[in-house]
Design a protein around this ligand. Structure first.
Ligand code: AOS
Ligand code: ZN
Ligand code: ZN
Ligand code: ZN
Length: 424
């Protein structure tokens, strides 16, 4: 299924009058609204190939219909999202789940949807069919050098795949760790992992970045070898200037101050990118902003402040990606909601009066500091985000348009009611 421009235009003209009223109102309050809109138009969030199907838990998975059955259909799904919001202009692949048959065909298809390839993801947390050695006790950390070599070779292979497609970064997320005290020598596990990462780093093209993602728990529950931003930063620093830390919002211990982590990683020039999602308990991988929108705003507040302090390009200098799983929602609707929540938080962060905040901080005026942040957070900026969409040719209300156009029903017609997409 393809969404035609005329269908988007029809949706927009149906909704134009009520949008215009709301936009005219908010625009009066915000003198810099035009600059903000341009930043929103430029800002793109990559969609992971594994988030297009129904997720699940170890207790079960309740598949929806019309899920993408192959890489081509995953690209088509992201094409639909991008048509609706013009903010999801990139796809992040997971190897070996997404190995292309024909590279040129995949590149052309992706370009035809206006998409580019974001970070490539390697997978050494599962054993694949026909794989010689098992990752049951880790991959890059493994006590057996042959297992480490196998995992290194896989990562290098993923770089090659990415090169063939035109990606420029590799995300390494390791399930490595231990389940019980005494199982691992922490120092040896770290050293093995470092040496393995160094071999992968050596194979990285000069204009590529390597993202080292950390996670506090799961699937190992006693120790994770890249368990927090300290460990990730140690690796990134030892590896060199092309290595960065990747922050996945769901990978922290409860109540971690993620915005502070972000601020300091940016200060060190070592923040590489993001996996957005939300959670209440752990790595819940729920819709971004669905539980803690204020936290999402505070994170963006640090991102904007820290990136501006370094003259960084918001749209280009960090990797922005969603990492989510959908157990009960239509994955495409859920992704539209996540992108919207991210855009809202970003808009609000752009509206913070930095000069006033700095002054209030210097004067230790805690009340004023809080007022400045919360006034912005409590401002309804949705019409600004919608205006940015309108100007970039997307739908004023992507979820409403998705439903009106009966996208899921069309996909079920095309692909069938019983489909299982690869992914988590
Ligand atoms: C795992 O918890 C991490 O969030 C990974 O970034 C990602 O979800 C995984 O690579 C997908 O398979
Ligand atoms: Zn992640
Ligand atoms: Zn996550
Ligand atoms: Zn995760």
């Amino acid at each position: 299924m393809l969404i035609e421009k005329s269908q988007i235009d029809q949706h927009n003209s149906d909704n134009q009058a009520s949008h215009q009223k709301r936009f005219d109102f908010i625009k009066l309050e915000i003198p810099q609204v035009e600059a903000v809109i341009q930043k929103l138009i430029d800002f793109q969030i990559a969609i992971p190939s594994w988030a297009l199907g129904t997720g699940g838990t170890r207790f079960g998975r309740f598949s929806g219909g019309g899920e993408p059955r192959n890489l081509e259909e995953k690209i088509a799904d992201i094409g639909l999202l991008h048509k609706l919001n013009q903010s999801s202009g990139a796809i992040s692949l997971h190897i070996p789940w997404d190995i292309p048959q024909d590279y040129d065909a995949i590149k052309n298809l992706t370009a035809s949807h206006g998409l580019r390839f974001d970070a490539m993801n390697s997978n050494t947390f599962q054993d694949q069919k026909g794989q010689e050695l098992s990752y049951k006790f880790g991959s890059l950390q493994h006590v057996n050098k042959a297992v480490r070599q196998q995992a290194i070779a896989h990562n290098i292979e993923v770089i090659q795949q990415g090169l063939a497609l035109g990606s420029d970064s590799l995300t390494v997320w390791l399930a490595d760790g231990s389940c019980f005290p005494g199982q691992l020598n922490f120092r040896k596990a770290f050293q093995n992992t470092l040496e393995s990462l160094q071999e992968i780093y050596a194979a990285l093209p000069k204009d590529w970045k390597m993202f080292v993602e950390y996670k506090a728990f799961e699937p190992n529950f006693y120790s994770m070898t890249v368990g927090d931003w300290g460990q990730s930063l140690l690796f990134a620093n030892k590896l060199g200037p092309q290595a960065y830390t990747l922050v996945d919002l769901g990978h922290h211990l409860p109540n971690a101050n993620i915005e502070q982590i972000v601020s300091l990683l940016l200060m060190e020039g070592k923040l590489g990118g993001f996996h957005f999602n939300d959670s209440k308990y752990g790595d819940d991988d729920l819709t971004a902003g669905s539980l803690k929108p204020y936290q999402l705003f505070l994170i963006f507040n640090e991102l904007v402040e820290g990136m501006d302090a370094k003259n960084m390009n918001h749209a280009k200098d960090l990797g922005w990606m969603i990492d989510a799983s959908h157990n009960v929602k239509d994955p495409l609707e859920d992704l539209l909601q996540s992108v919207e929540a991210i855009m809202i938080a970003y808009t609000q962060a752009l509206l913070v009066d930095r000069t006033a905040l700095q002054q209030a901080q210097e004067e230790n005026d805690t009340v004023k500091c809080q007022e400045l942040l919360q006034n912005v957070f409590r401002t309804d900026v949705r019409a600004i985000v919608a205006e940015a969409r309108l100007r970039s040719g997307a739908a004023l209300d992507p979820v409403a348009a998705y439903r009106k156009l009966a996208v899921r029903q069309e996909l079920i017609k095309e692909r069938g009611a019983v489909t299982v997409a690869t992914g988590l």
